[in-house]
Design a protein around this ligand. Sequence first.
Ligand SMILES: [Zn+2]
Length: 276
Amino acid sequence: MNYEYELSGKPGNIYSLGLLAGILLTSIITAAYTLLNMLPFVYVSIIGWVFYLWVLYHSQHWIVRLSKCRSKDHSLTYGMIMGVIALYLNWAFFSYSMFSRNGIECTLFGLLINPGTMLDVMQFVSNAGYEVGSLTFNDGPLVICWLIEAGGILAVCAYGGSKATHKKVFCEDCNNWTDKIDTYSRRQCPNSEELDKILWEDLSGLIVLPVATPDDPYHLKLNPSICYRCNNLHTLDLNLIYYEHDHKGELKEKSEDIGPVYKIDDQLAQQIIKLN
Ligand SMILES: [Zn+2]
């Protein structure tokens, strides 16, 4: 009988340490993004936006891990809150850069506590037009650009938060995340009937499967993890590995999650580690 591992659902410090660290980190990332956007090149703005979203997404993972949040719902809520904060900081920094460039005295703090001023800036820029290199955006097209930008920020923060606890393992006894064991455990994939039996009844069936090489077109990868502090918590996650040609025609390894994260006993964990 297999046992599924589930996180405890505790929020950890996500609404204290997590929010503080998240606001600090997002402020730094957003300030860098605002500076990048002041360069007069459209392609720099687009690449900068994509890179900004990538950094925002990964910062959610880091903060959830740092604050030891063991709940998918709480990490999603945190991600959504940070999305709104990131959007607000974007507008504050943008307004500050607009005022500074036009020689208008203001403070960043003054803007942060006056959202009405930011709305005025939005209205003004929309009417006057916003220049990026040789292009000028105003009214509808500019609003569409802002909506795409805002949608991206909100989406990656929420998605980053919701994915942050996916298939992660936390040892409640030792109060820490567990570590993946660096092992080469690839086994040939059995037929669907045998695979179902392994996934839902008895994981020890994995041990007798023939070894697979990385270039086998279709095989299983075993990802055991352990709490090194107590050596009591062992888990196993399984991936189905297959290959696809990318747009350049090169063969790329792809990975698909199968089954839940399993809690396994020490004996099975040692057998899996020895499969190398
Ligand atoms: Zn432990």
